[in-house]
Design a binder for this molecule. Structure first.
Ligand code: RB5
Length: 146
């Protein structure tokens, strides 16, 4: 499984922890930055991660900003991206099961390290349930095409 990660300054510290955690799990990680804690603009990183996921070259994206809100808003502007803001484990499970989310956004100033890593595990280990949810995803694609 190949994962691409990115953050702004608000998510920098947590993004570093996430990268090391994913590497230890034996998964492939591409980190698009940010690589220091100076102030940057989160849409730049959401775009890099979102475009990589939409291209099909990676399996999932993970974006971290202060709240996760800005990253999720920006990533969801990219066609084919279903970015879910998950600051709890239940939402992370539903994001995969019901929404087939392909990008996870987390708030680095909202959740602690322990919860964040549980969210990551839940997101990466949960599958899409299909069935009635396919109809709904098709309607989202229709909206994208309008
Ligand atoms: C940066 O201060 C903060 O606005 C950003 O990390 C994020 O929370 C935006 O949604």
């Amino acid at each position: 499984m190949k994962i691409i990660i990115g953050s702004d300054h608000g998510g920098f510290e947590l993004k570093e922890i996430i990268r090391e955690y994913i590497l230890k799990k034996g998964l492939e990680v591409q980190d698009v930055g940010v690589f220091a804690s100076e102030s940057v603009d989160y849409p730049d990183y959401a775009k890099k991660v979102g475009e990589a996921v939409a291209s099909g070259n990676v399996d999932f994206g993970i974006l971290v900003c202060g709240t996760g809100i800005g990253m999720s808003i920006a990533a969801n502007k990219i066609p084919g991206i279903r970015c879910a803001l998950c600051n709890d484990v239940y939402t992370a499970k539903m994001a995969r099961g019901h929404n087939d989310a392909n990008v996870l956004a987390i708030g680095g100033r909202v959740v602690g390290k322990g919860v964040a890593l549980m969210i990551i595990d839940t997101f990466l280990n949960s599958g899409f349930e299909g069935g009635r949810h396919n109809t709904r995803l098709a309607k989202i694609r229709d909206i994208e095409g309008e």
